[in-house]
Structures are given as C-alpha cells and as structure tokens.
Design a protein around this ligand. Sequence first.
Ligand SMILES: NC(=O)c1ccc[n+]([C@@H]2O[C@H](COP(=O)([O-])OP(=O)(O)OC[C@H]3O[C@@H](n4cnc5c(N)ncnc54)[C@H](O)[C@@H]3O)[C@@H](O)[C@H]2O)c1
Ligand SMILES: [Fe+2]
Length: 394
Amino acid sequence: MIPTHYEFNNPVKIISGSKAVDNLPFELEQLGVSRPLIITDQGVAGAGLLSIVKNACSDSNISIGAVYDQTPPDSSLSTVKQIAGLYRKTQCDSFVAVGGGSAIDTAKGVNLIISENSDDLSQFAGAQIIKTPAKPLIVIPTTSGTGSEVTMVAVISDTDRNLKMAFTSHHLLPNVAILDPRMTLTLPASMTAATGMDALSHAMEAFISLQKNPISDAFCLSAIKLIGKTLPLAVKNGKDPDIRLTMANAATMAGIAFSNAMVGVVHGLGHAAGAVCHIPHGVAMSIFLPFGLEYNIAKEEKRIGRMLLSLAGESIYLNIPENKRAAGTVKAVRALQKTLYEHCGLPYTLKQAGATRDKLDQIAQKTMDDGALGFNPEAVELDDALMLLNRAYE
Ligand SMILES: NC(=O)c1ccc[n+]([C@@H]2O[C@H](COP(=O)([O-])OP(=O)(O)OC[C@H]3O[C@@H](n4cnc5c(N)ncnc54)[C@H](O)[C@@H]3O)[C@@H](O)[C@H]2O)c1
Ligand SMILES: [Fe+2]
C-alpha cells in the first residue's frame, strides 16, 4: 500500500565507472569552484589512493588548496574544528572527501561549520537544524558501506562524552558522488566484509522502517540482491574491478534508501556499541543485523520474508513456505555471516569483537538515546535493548 504521505529526495549526481575519478576537475568547474580542500585519512593515503585524485586534477584549472590526511576513525568534534581552521587559512572554496564514512562525515561536519560560520559543531546535532546551504562537496568513497556519499547524514564522535552524534539535514547531501573501482581495490577483506554488512543493514532496516516508501523500497531490494550475490565474491576476490564497482553501486543504492527511509534498532545498538566499546560500525552492524530482524518479525513478517527473494534468490525463496520465509531471511543473513567469518574472521558476536559483558548495561542505556529507534517497527524499551545485547554477546 502507498503511504498517505511520504517524501523522497536524492539530488546527488552519481558518476560510476572504471575511471570515474578523472571527471573530478570537470565536476568542480561545473560547481564554480577551483580550490578544494581534500579530506582523507592515513589508511587511504597510505594505500596510494590520493595520487589517483591528484593525477586527475593535473592538467586542469583545479588547484588543490590543502590536503588533510589525519582523519581518525569515526572522526571527532575536535578534528572537525581543526580542519575548519585549515580550510580558512588556505582559502579553499570547496571540499573533496576521499575515504570511508569517517572521512566523508568529517568533510560534511567541516562544511557545516564553515557554512554556518561557527566553530562548534555540537550545536547543530539532530534533524534539520541547519539552515544555510553548504559549500560544494564531492565525495569519492573508498569503502562500499556507509552510503554517506548520498546521505543527508553525518555521524561524528564526541570523544569527551563517549557519544556518536548524528547530524541530519538536506544541506549535508554532497553535490556529486564518484564511484570508481580503483578506489576500493586496496580495501582489505575484513574491511570489505564489515562495510558490506553495513550496506546490507541499511537496505534491510530501511525496507522495514516506519518511514519506508515505494521508492526507497525499490532501492532497498536492488541493493540487497546485489550485496547477497557480490559481497562473498568481493571478500574472496577483491582485485576484481567489476565486483568492486558492483559493491560500490550497491552501497550507494542502500544509502539512497536509508537517507530517505531511515534505519532502526540495528543501528541504534551499533552506534552505542561503537561509542562505548569502539567496535567498528560495519562489524557492529553485522553482529546485530540477524537479531534486529528477528526482533521485528512480529510487526513486519511479510516484508522480512520478502527480502529472502532478493538476498538468497528465487530457488531458495520458492522452496520455503510463506510462513517460514522471515525466519529464512534471518537464516540467510547468518549464513552470509558464517561465510565472512570463515573467509576473513569477521566477528559475529560482541565478545569476538572485543566487548566485555560489564559494558552491556551502558550500551543499552546509550541505545535508548539513539534517534534510529524512532523508525524501528517494533517499540524498543531498555529491557529489549539489553535482551538483544545479551543474545548478541556470545
Ligand atoms: N553518514 C552516514 O550516512 C553513515 C552511515 C553509516 C555509517 N557512518 C559512519 O561511517 C563511519 C565508518 O565508515 P567506514 O565503515 O567506511 O570506515 P572508515 O572510514 O572508518 O575506514 C576504516 C578503515 O579503512 C581504511 N580504508 C578505507 N578505504 C580504504 C581503501 N580503499 N584501502 C585501504 N584502506 C582503506 C581507512 O583508512 C580506515 O583505517 C562510522 O563513523 C559510521 O558511524 C555514516
Ligand atoms: Fe550504517
């Protein structure tokens, strides 16, 4: 049934292809800018990926104003402030983010305080607080997971308060997302697995979210199908550019879906586990996804069952009776987890990921403050969060 009211917005221009990064100077010129600040991290720079971006800009009218390559995992309020100082000092006029969610969200955060002419990002936390259009931002993702290249979301840590803060605004949407397989060929198997499970959790949570709509549904199902087929291949054969480009497209589709439909309890738990125990986002998503789906079966049995067709294919779907398909989806996610664990050791319990039992209460408390719970089909109380954490522990 079509919802009585819904909104869908995705104005991000997507450029996908084997040498897509070479379009960067043209796209910057189209946006009327010529002096970008590049934001990246040491892992990405160390993998030699900056030279692809710099080479693309040689012989063009673009002069790179500065490069910041020290973005920490999950970024932080203080990093954002520091980079804003660099942007002002070097008189840049735009941003190019080269990296995974950490570098991309950092760029969004810096863009926000530059545009709002502020130094304090924390005052803009929450939904649709930002009023000023941002500077041009082009994103070149180097992981295939967060979808941040097409989302209106930035997640940035407040390291002092052990908190992951979410910022949601249409002004955070990048202008252009460039998907180039050269940028993910170097991603290690374990990171490929974790970030791929993040993308899968976006598509699956968005498909059952209270804010779902027919357009986000279409993106969800396409993403689930591509990830189900391609993620095991990407982990085993990371040097194949076609496989990498497929995963990049799948993560972008899942990002478009959840930027509109939002996510639920899996992300609520994952943000809290990330803040308290520093479990990488994708690892947390992989651990919580089957438990989160199970938790929602009473409210969304049909939809959870429908995802089996996309995830596991027609022959498996048709061989399972309708009333067992939702459980079949959970089983298929666990089978994928098992494949990833066997191939690259991706943890499937909190204990394997390094969490200790005495932290579960604190994670549960923090989960209750996460905005994602408001979009989860089943209501989540503190006891429920704790029950899910205990189930996911070992
Ligand atoms: N804004 C959103 O919509 C959104 C959605 C989901 C998650 N997030 C946030 O994104 C962050 C996680 O991002 P992520 O999972 O992409 O990881 P990441 O950006 O933290 O990167 C993880 C590691 O992989 C390395 N790396 C990245 N690309 C590489 C490559 N091609 N080759 C070699 N090494 C590479 C990095 O150097 C880093 O050490 C979290 O903070 C999470 O909360 C944001
Ligand atoms: Fe995520």
